[in-house]
Structures are given as C-alpha cells and as structure tokens.
Design a protein. Structure first.
Length: 317
C-alpha cells in the first residue's frame, strides 16, 4: 500500500463539540498550506503552530523506510488568523530532515536528531520565534535518533525511545536536556523499549505509551520517575488499540490522541481514531473520527496540536 501524497489537509476538530456530545465536530480549512510531506513535526508556541521539516517523497506503509528521499528544512507558522506564514529564519539553519523529535519549552522550539541527506544525525537545534533564528546546541552521541519522542518537563526536555534503523532494534533510553545549562543527563533505560510511541510529562514523571517493538504494536504505559530515576509499568487501562505513530497533545490535563498505524489480520493499516483521557488515565473516551470524505487521510503522518480548545490535525490526503 503506497501513501498518496496528493495534497495537505488541515482539519479541525472542535473540542467543545466532542466534550459536550454535539454532532459534526469536524471541519476542513480551505486555505493554502505548506507543501505535502511526511514525518514533519508541529509545535505550539504562544498560540501559533510551527511546522518544521519532513520528507516530500512517497513511502511504503508499515516498513522501515528506505530509498529515495527529499528532505525539507522549511519552517512555517500557522497563526491565530488561520493562515500559514513561511518564516525564513536568518543565520544558520538546520539541514532538512525526517524522523526527528520536537517540543516547546519556555517559548522556544527544540528539535532533536533524525535523518538528514548524509544519514543519521544527533544534532540538536533551538528556534526562537522572537528573533526568528536557529541556534545549534550541544548534543550527546548516544541520543536516540529515529522515531524517538521529546517532551518538556519542569526543568528539562526528555527524549525517550527510538529506533536504530541499522539494526532495527528499539531502544529504552531516556535522556534529559537542560536548556539553561546546555547539558545532558542519561537516565535508567526503560525495561520496555519502543519507538513511534506517545510521550507526555505529568506530575514529575515522563510517561510513554503504545508504540512498536519488533513486530509487535504496544498498548501499555510506563512511567519514569525523575526524582528516583526508576521506571514502573502503570496499572491503568491500556491504549484502546495497539498503535504506533499516533499524533498526540494535551491541554488542561486532558490527553488527546489521533490516528497512527494499527494491525488488522497481520497487516498494517491507517487508523483515523480519536481518543481522549485525563493524564492519570482512568478511562479512554472515543470521539467522532474525521468524516467519510476524509477517511483516507493518512492520519499516521499528521501532527496534532491544541489551541483554544480546537484540535488541529495536519496531514496528507
């Protein structure tokens, strides 16, 4: 099954509607969008959404990605006026990439690793919207590099999991990056390695759920206690369906997820499921998926962010 990179769709799910059981919560914005791509990152900073990088080439579904690539390093901002603006930062900029991780902390965007034209990279960059500039940061050679996840805690940014594309082996590594001191700290490896997972910070712990290890899709959740440098499996309801590459974000202690890859009779398929839960995960709530006209939206490749109680999904249809 080959992904159809025909156009980019920006669709919005009104969270007020799903929270209060109203009908038809989805609508599509008919505006000009950045060029079609897979594996970009999307980060919210003070009401704007910053889209960076990705790959404009078509790829096979559900396998380690090989072959031709067309890596992008453009940076776009989706503003509160519902339009996209090409930022064109001044000075040195990162090389185009895919498979990287990104997050926001203290009003800046951070990107970590991924794959550039020359192959795997471990570089790290900070983007400052105020000055519209990039700054290259110190990095650790041992950082996870592909399909890892970044999430911001109180004082550090935490990088979890990832995949070594050379060996095809998932990692349980966790690293903390302190933007103030520009230093790295390695934590204890998670006993349950994975990549393409969901990661979020909540009350002093870095939580990882779902993802993939070997041929298996996962639905469990593990928590890393920063203070004690220990991992524990959480005794909570599992993710509704074993999934990798789901998009996710949180607002006011509510975690939202969308899409990803699932397995049906041994074959990988795209999911358009949308779920929410509180960050303690007492139970999962299933929400209205995208409408039938968007049923072939490649949800596994979307980026999802929340602003003003709207869930914005950006992906390829």
């Amino acid at each position: 099954m080959i992904m159809k990179a025909i156009k980019l769709a920006l669709i919005i799910l009104l969270l007020q509607s799903i929270l209060f059981a109203q009908t038809d919560p989805w609508y599509q914005l008919n505006i000009e969008t950045p060029s079609a791509r897979i594996y970009p990152t999307l980060v919210e900073i003070e009401g704007s959404f910053y889209l960076y990088g990705g790959d404009s080439q078509n790829k096979s579904l559900g396998t380690t990605i090989k072959g031709e690539k067309d890596l992008l390093n453009d940076l776009w901002a989706y503003t509160e006026e519902d339009n996209w603006v090409l930022k064109n930062p001044t000075g040195e900029t990162p090389q185009g990439r895919r498979y990287h991780a990104a997050t926001e902390k203290d009003g800046k965007m951070y990107i970590f690793g991924g794959e550039i034209e020359a192959g795997t990279t471990t570089d790290c960059w900070e983007y400052d919207p105020e000055s519209n500039t990039w700054l290259q940061l110190p990095f650790s050679e041992e950082n996870p590099k592909h399909f890892h996840r970044a999430t911001a805690g109180t004082d550090k940014i935490w990088i979890t999991g990832g995949l070594d594309l050379t060996t095809g082996i998932a990692t349980g590594a966790i690293w903390g990056y302190d933007p103030l001191t520009q230093t790295w700290t390695q934590g204890t490896d998670c006993p349950s390695p994975r990549y393409g997972h969901i990661a979020y910070y909540h009350e002093g712990k870095v939580n990882i759920m779902a993802g993939r290890r070997g041929d298996n899709l996962l639905d469990d959740t593990w928590a890393y206690d920063i203070a004690s440098n220990t991992w524990s499996e959480k005794n909570i309801p599992p993710y509704p369906e074993p999934t990798k590459f789901a998009a996710y974000d949180s607002k006011d202690d509510i975690l939202f997820t969308a899409g990803g890859y699932v397995k049906t009779e041994g074959n990988f398929e795209y999911s358009n499921s949308v779920y929410s839960t509180n960050e303690d995960i007492v139970n999962w709530v299933f929400h209205t998926p995208p409408p039938a006209t968007l049923s072939e939206l490649e949800v596994s490749f979307i980026s999802t962010m929340i602003n003003d109680w709207r869930l914005l999904t950006y992906g390829i249809a």
